[in-house]
Each structure stands twice: as structure tokens, then as C-alpha cells.
Ligand binder design. Structure first.
Ligand SMILES: Cc1cc2nc3c(=O)[nH]c(=O)nc-3n(C[C@H](O)[C@H](O)[C@H](O)COP(=O)(O)O)c2cc1C
Ligand SMILES: Nc1ncnc2c1ncn2[C@@H]1O[C@H](COP(=O)(O)OP(=O)(O)OP(=O)(O)O)[C@@H](O)[C@H]1O
Length: 317
């Protein structure tokens, strides 16, 4: 896949690109609704002999436009989004730097410079996609703005069982509520975050539960404090474990500014400080608690472990 970063105003000409079918959207999470839109662009590309493309933006428009809710944390930061789009088999990914100047383009200017101007022959977007200054352009105005130079497909709404639209907003809300187990039905995979194994307080070993302390890259939405059944990838291999996100109130009176993320990995005994690690969040087991003593904490962690083992046994593969 070719990755093309655009800054406004860009200096490309139509001739710089092959004719393309392009999916438009922000695509945080590349959830099942997004996948439908991207796959439709691929299908159109195949049917018409075009290259397939996705156009996304960076950073999230809410940050640049100073909206009341600003999305500075992502379900999939740009690198992850890029890898997932590549895995779908898309030929070109355009990442437009979302600036105030770019956001001020009138809908017709956006279409002229970023769709017709990049040699897009077919556009695919969801029913609620909007473009141009104040989001004034939408899938009803696109016919007019196309000047007859490209065709388009509008993808209808994908909803979940509760009849809510599958959206990045819904997924962010569920993640912040700790509902990580609902992710496969929305994302098509578990929520995954990446980081580095760092030194902890080295207490884990002494209580019989050594843990890998993972410093998460801060662009990710981290599930709330609590205990989770997780899978962790280290040096390419996946392992099962139990993870505590929190402040360890049994040992600390003061809360640090960020919770720690530590995973007790089952059947694992390797020195991994400094390694990269990916955590796949499977199931929330409980809230973090302050225990009366170490014995009570250890007994609870043993229960957490059994619960996680049972979960993985039931959900093999
Ligand atoms: C599965 C699991 C659950 C945990 N639950 C709690 C908890 O509820 N309350 C708490 O104070 N600490 C909890 N901890 C954190 C332990 O206190 C911590 O692992 C231990 O102090 C070792 O810390 P260290 O790795 O920084 O040395 C939990 C740890 C694990 C692995
Ligand atoms: N559930 C869905 N069904 C069909 N199309 C969708 C769905 N969700 C998003 N799309 C389309 O996918 C593209 C990318 O969507 P966008 O990045 O705006 O995400 P979103 O999931 O709708 O997020 P938000 O919660 O921010 O509205 C757009 O063209 C949008 O219309």
C-alpha cells in the first residue's frame, strides 16, 4: 500500500495518480461500519479497473476545531489505522493534515482539490458523511459537486443489536466504561494497545505474581482502572494473562497522575524489560480495590487468574 501524506494546499496533479475508487472518512477504529465502506471502494475498484484508496485525516478534526469534546486519544492511532487499512488490501492511503486552512475549504473546493484533483473516479462514503467548511457538503450534495466527473456509492447504516449506529463514538464510550468484551461485535477484533515493558516496583515477584509493567503509548484509549483478562504479545508471541490497570491502593495512599498497567503473564518467566508489548483487552473481571493486607490481595489475584483461565478455556482459538 502507498501512504501519501498531504498538507494543504497540496501540489499534486491528476496525472500523478492512477484512476481511483476512494473511501472517505476519519475511520478511528476501522470498525465494522468503516470496513463495509472500505470494502465497497475495493469492490468498485475491481469492477471498474481502478486502484482502491482511502482518505483519512490527522489529527482528529475535533482537536483542530476546538470542539468541546476533543479526541486526542484514539481507538487506533494513525500507525494502527494504516496497518489495518493495508491488511484490508487497499492500494493507496491518503492522510490529509487536518488544519484550520483545510477545514475552511468550501465543499466544492474540497471536491475539486481532493477528489477530482487526485484522479478519483468513484467515491464511497457512509450515509452520514459530510465534507467542506462546517460540514456543509453531504451525500446529497455530492452529485452536484461532482460536476459529473466521478460516480459515488452511499453505504447505508450498519447498526448493532440495540439498533444503534456502529460508530467510533459508541466504541469510545464503551471502552471508557470498560466494556472491552463488546469490541469484537463492533470492531471485528479486540481493542489492542501498544507500549513498552518498564521497571515496576518489583513487589510482584515477592507476592507470587510477577508482573510486566507496560507503559502504554499515550495516544490510546486505555480502559478504566480495574482487572482484565488479556492477551499480551511479546517478541511476536501471544500469551494469556491478567492485567491490573490502576493505582494499587493497597500499597499507595496517593494516586499518581497516570494509572499503571501491569500484566501477570501465565506460565512465563523471562526477562523482558525494554521489550515492546501489545495488549489485547478481552474481559473486564472487577474493579480495583484497597485490600486490608497482602494475603487478601494475593487470594483475590489467584481468583482473578482462575476466572481468566476459565474464560480463555471457553474461548479457545
Ligand atoms: C490481576 C491483578 C489484580 C490486582 N488487583 C489489585 C487490587 O485490586 N488492588 C491493589 O491495590 N493492587 C492490585 N494489584 C496490583 C498489585 O498490588 C501489584 O501487582 C503488586 O503490588 C506488584 O507491583 P509491582 O509490579 O509494581 O512491583 C493487582 C495485580 C494483578 C496482577
Ligand atoms: N455504522 C456505519 N454504517 C455505515 N457507514 C458508516 C458507519 N459508521 C461510519 N460510516 C461511514 O464511514 C466513514 C467514516 O466514518 P467516521 O470516521 O465519520 O466515523 P463514525 O464511526 O461515523 O464516527 P463518529 O462517531 O465520529 O461519527 C464515513 O463515510 C461514515 O459515513
Amino acid at each position: 500500500m502507498k501512504l501519501i501524506k498531504l498538507n494543504h494546499p497540496h501540489e499534486y496533479r491528476r496525472e500523478d495518480f492512477p484512476a481511483m475508487a476512494m473511501a472517505l472518512g476519519y475511520f478511528d477504529g476501522v470498525h465494522l461500519g468503516h470496513q463495509q465502506v472500505i470494502k465497497e471502494a475495493k469492490k468498485e475498484a475491481e469492477a471498474k479497473g481502478l486502484k482502491s484508496a482511502v482518505m483519512t485525516f490527522d489529527p482528529h478534526p475535533s482537536v483542530v476545531l476546538g470542539k468541546s469534546v476533543q479526541h486526542m486519544e484514539y481507538i487506533t492511532p494513525l500507525d494502527d489505522k494504516t496497518r489495518i487499512v493495508e491488511d484490508i488490501g487497499v492500494d493507496y492511503l491518503f492522510v490529509v493534515n487536518f488544519s484550520i486552512e483545510f477545514s475552511s475549504l468550501l465543499p466544492q473546493e474540497f471536491v475539486d482539490q481532493y477528489i477530482i484533483g487526485l484522479n478519483v473516479h468513484h467515491v464511497v462514503a457512509g450515509f452520514d458523511y459530510s465534507y467542506g467548511k462546517m460540514g456543509k457538503g453531504n451525500m446529497e450534495t455530492i452529485q452536484f459537486h461532482s460536476r459529473g466527473k466521478f460516480d459515488f456509492t452511499v453505504v447505508s447504516k450498519l447498526s448493532n443489536q440495540e439498533e444503534e449506529k456502529v460508530s467510533s463514538t459508541l466504541i469510545r464510550t464503551l471502552l471508557r466504561d470498560g466494556k472491552v468484551e463488546e469490541m469484537p461485535t463492533l470492531l471485528g477484533r479486540f481493542h489492542t494497545t501498544k507500549g513498552t515493558v518498564i521497571n515496576g516496583e518489583r513487589r510482584g515477584r515477592t507476592i507470587g505474581f510477577p508482573t510486566a509493567n507496560v507503559q502504554m503509548e499515550d495516544q490510546y484509549i486505555l480502559p478504566p482502572t480495574g482487572v482484565y483478562a488479556v492477551k499480551i504479545q511479546i517478541e511476536g508471541a501471544w500469551h494469556e494473562g491478567v492485567c491490573n490497570v490502576g493505582y494499587k491502593p493497597t500499597f499507595h495512599k496517593e494516586k499518581k497522575d497516570k494509572p499503571s498497567v501491569e500484566v501477570h503473564i501465565f506460565n512465563f518467566n523471562k526477562e523482558i524489560y525494554g521489550e515492546s508489548a501489545a495488549i489485547e483487552w478481552h474481559l473486564r473481571l472487577r474493579s480495583e480495590r484497597k485490600f486490608e493486607g497482602i494475603q487478601q490481595l494475593v487470594a483475590q489475584i489467584e481468583k482473578d487468574k482462575q476466572e481468566a483461565l476459565l474464560y480463555f478455556e471457553k474461548n479457545k482459538g
